[in-house]
Design a binder for this molecule. Structure first.
Ligand code: HEC
Length: 155
């Protein structure tokens, strides 16, 4: 008898847990912002760039892909610039619109430099890697200022 109750209680708890997480999941999927979608593309290119610059052998093989991914970043930076909803919600930043534009412009400019480096047959993996780190600073800074409600800071 006792066992039956425990089983029931356990399955109710599991059921409730699943139900709740399913709701939370679909909720966030529906609410995916335009900017969120852009950022997902950004993240895909980031994987190509990080992998392609990780060592000399990888770089030599991936130079063309790196150029393409960096060019894509420059375009996505432009798109991001016009999807500036977070500016309205920004706190602790004096001129959010100006800051947003500056960050997008810097991102675009540095991504183009990375594309130029990768486009040169005789460029080095170190130059590309250093330049990628420079571009990545724009990501980090913007997320710190404008992605205030992020649950994790791994990007
Ligand atoms: C000008 C500001 C800005 C720059 C620059 C920027 N991001 Fe973002 N990013 C955001 C904001 C704001 C969000 C939160 C968007 C949302 O969820 O609506 C975000 C979200 C993300 C996400 C989560 C996407 C998701 O699923 O919601 C990833 C991944 C990401 N950014 C990667 C990057 C990378 C990599 C770079 C640099 C190459 C970058 N971002 C540059 C503002 C920026």
């Amino acid at each position: 008898m006792m066992r039956k109750w425990i089983t029931l209680a356990a399955s109710l708890t599991i059921g409730l847990g699943l139900g709740l997480s399913a709701t939370a999941f679909s909720g966030s999927a529906d609410e995916e912002s335009e900017l969120g979608k852009i950022m997902e593309k950004v993240q895909k290119n980031k994987a190509v760039l990080t992998k392609g610059t990780r060592n000399v052998a990888a770089y030599k093989k991936a130079q063309k892909e790196i150029k393409e991914a960096a060019d894509e970043w420059a375009k996505l930076a432009k798109e991001t610039k016009t999807h500036n909803d977070p500016v309205k919600a920004a706190k602790n930043v004096a001129e959010p619109q100006k800051k947003w534009d500056e960050l997008c412009d810097a991102w675009e400019k540095e991504a183009k430099k990375l594309a130029e480096i990768a486009d040169k047959a005789d460029s080095t993996q170190k130059d590309a890697k250093d330049q990628l780190n420079t571009v990545n600073k724009s990501c980090t800074e913007c997320h710190q200022v404008f992605r205030v409600d992020a649950e994790d800071e791994k990007f």
